[in-house]
Design a protein around this ligand. Structure first.
Ligand code: NI
Length: 169
């Protein structure tokens, strides 16, 4: 097991579009384990491979209180989205300390391979639905702050760059 460094916005690598995983092998299983460990350590509820600079379609999530319901989604595809949407406060391990509202589908059905390579459809509602939509955006190179106004986004960018300079001192 290993903790992996998480890329921070604004980092150009966060805008890389991930490629499909050709085969769920031991390397992918290890990647998923390391991603879950990294996510739990950072107190996150989801993590996309993009955020650790691996550009393959792998996401992990766990929205349970007890952190005992890990989900591994490989090559996730939306197969159904609800007609209704709602606004949620979102945060992201790649944009630490920033929370803002993003409009998401109320529910989604996602087809994905699990860590054993088996195809399954997850019917997600509530927080899990929001989390999966957020993580799938990462695989397309999209960070949630890109849904905000240019003014807000620039403020966040400036704040992140300033924090990074202070960390480097
Ligand atoms: Ni995120």
């Amino acid at each position: 097991m290993a903790l992996l460094p998480i890329l921070c916005y604004p980092d150009a690598r966060l805008h890389t579009v991930a490629k499909a995983v050709p085969e769920v092998d031991s390397r992918i299983r290890q990647l998923a384990k390391d991603m879950l460990e990294t996510m739990y350590e950072a107190s996150g509820i989801g993590l996309a491979a993009t955020q650790i600079d691996v550009h393959q379609r792998v996401i992990v999530a766990d929205v349970s209180q007890e952190h005992d319901q890990p989900l591994v989604l490989i090559n996730p595809e939306l197969v159904w989205t609800s007609p209704g949407t709602h606004m949620n406060e979102e945060g992201c391990l790649s944009v630490p300390g920033i929370y803002d509202g993003v409009e998401r589908f109320d529910a989604v059905h996602v087809r994905a391979l699990d860590a054993q390579g088996a195809s399954r459809v997850i019917e997600a509602t509530g927080l899990l639905s929001v989390c999966i939509q957020h993580e799938m955006d990462h695989l397309l190179g999209k960070v949630f702050v890109e849904y905000l106004s240019p003014l807000k986004r620039n403020r966040i960018k400036t704040k992140m760059l300033k924090a990074r300079r202070e960390d480097a001192r």
